[in-house]
Design a protein around this ligand. Structure first.
Ligand code: COA
Length: 157
């Protein structure tokens, strides 16, 4: 069984992430979606909120598990029997960050492959920051994120 890990901040989860999740499952037998921390970002949602959004949004997708790590994602992949880390690429601007992260991951453990899926054109403009900006300014974000994100957001104190 080929297992992959899809790590991300998911702050919050967007339909762009969901698209990558679904397409990863046409390549791998099982996907573990792992909430991790990006030290470059100040996260708006707690790990629990991000896990809740992900668990609810993926509950009807088979062969998926949702988890979190406070450590290195490549180490998480190794200890959970995964062969690859999956990441989505939207534009050339994503490339530099992903290239550096891939190099660091390879330095840590070169037995875990990095697999990049190109976002579909219609998801290309969606980002967690854009969604947060739109929400703050009262724009309807329901076409851009799963229902669970809207629900957790509305209940957020
Ligand atoms: N469609 C739409 N948007 C997408 C997307 C897609 N397919 N894929 C990514 N994005 C967007 C997200 O919305 C997000 O937008 P933002 O920059 O406005 O917040 C951005 O692209 C990337 O976010 P995401 O994929 O959720 O997470 P990230 O890039 O912040 O995650 C980690 C980085 C957590 C994976 C990385 O920091 C990490 O692995 N941390 C743990 C420590 C570690 O192992 N470090 C590596 C070795 S040093």
């Amino acid at each position: 069984m080929k297992i992959a890990v899809y790590p991300g901040s998911f702050d919050p989860l967007t339909n762009g992430h969901i698209e990558i999740i679904k397409r990863s499952l046409s390549v791998f037998d099982k996907l573990i979606v792992v909430v991790a921390s990006n030290p470059l970002k100040k996260h708006a949602f707690t790990i629990e909120e991000r896990l809740e959004m992900l668990r609810e949004a993926t509950k009807n997708i088979p062969n998926i598990e949702v988890d979190f790590t406070e450590g290195l994602t490549v180490k998480y992949a190794r200890t959970h029997g995964a062969v690859a880390l999956v990441r989505g690429l939207r534009a050339v601007t994503d490339f530099e960050f992903e290239f550096q992260m891939a190099a660091a991951n390879e330095f840590i453990d070169n037995g875990i492959e990095m697999v990049f899926l190109m976002s579909r054109a219609e998801s290309g403009f969606i980002s967690s920051s854009t969604v947060k900006e739109l929400y703050k300014n009262g724009v309807d974000i329901t076409p851009l994120v799963p229902e669970s994100v809207v629900r957790v957001w509305r209940n957020k104190k």
